[in-house]
Ligand binder design. Structure first.
Ligand SMILES: [Zn+2]
Length: 228
């Protein structure tokens, strides 16, 4: 942390909230928040894993309480479990949270049996070296059907790119194409369920070359789909 960290953390959470405003007002069809610090490890009473505030969870609560949405879904494809988002949203029956992550891996949570008091939490643990084929199958079999059944009015994405094969912090072995694929499929779901309304926020990614390439692939899909 540095003297500028608190201001940056406020802007990170505020950026997610602003993106919700823009998408729900129709000013933007979707949005990507290129933000630091990330947020999905920040719990109610503790910062964790470079995260100070739960940016995406704050945005989800904001969409529910300030825009009057009935339901929001959050999908987290960062390679680490979104323990903070789970902690912040598991008591909120209007929010569904799905996290795919390498397991076992730090922070150690995110087992499949963690489903929350309202059964609105879906954890999809993936073994090390799963690769894109397993990743895609697990999304098709588990994540997308649950999002569809929840009928959200907005889809929020915790877009971490540390599942990339070149990332030094994990070993899930995804390719850049896998991130483009999951983005396309999430846009398909948003089109089907909520008029394409989707807000994506940056989470992890620690090989800066792989991160840049993966974010570009992700944003290219959002731009193409948003303009369609
Ligand atoms: Zn991560």
């Amino acid at each position: 942390m540095s003297p500028g960290t608190l201001a940056a953390a406020h802007r990170a959470a505020g950026g997610a909230v602003r993106a919700v405003d823009l998408v729900l007002s129709g000013e933007a069809s979707n949005a990507f928040v290129a933000t630091r610090p990330p947020g999905h490890h920040a719990e109610r009473e503790t910062t964790m894993g470079f995260c100070l505030f739960g940016n995406v969870a704050v945005a989800a609560k904001y969409a529910l309480d300030h825009h009057g949405l009935k339901r929001v879904a959050v999908v987290d494809f960062d390679v680490h479990h979104g323990n903070g988002t789970q902690d912040l949203l598991e008591d909120e029956p209007r929010a569904f949270f799905a996290s795919s992550h390498q397991y076992p891996l730090w922070p150690g949570t995110g087992a499949a049996h963690e489903t929350g008091p309202h059964d609105t939490i879906l954890n999809v643990p993936l073994p090390p070296r799963s690769g894109g084929t397993v990743f895609r199958r697990e999304y098709e079999d588990k994540v997308f059907p649950r999002v569809r059944a929840f009928k959200p009015d907005l889809i929020l994405v915790s877009a971490g790119f540390d599942a990339h094969r070149d990332d030094p912090l994990a070993d899930l072995m995804l390719e850049t194409d896998d991130f483009a694929w999951v983005t396309e499929r999430l846009c398909d779901l948003a089109d089907e369920l909520c008029g394409g309304k989707l807000v994506s926020c940056l989470e992890g990614g620690y090989n800066l070359y792989a991160l840049a390439e993966s974010v570009a692939a992700h944003v290219d899909v959002l731009i193409a789909r948003g303009a369609a």
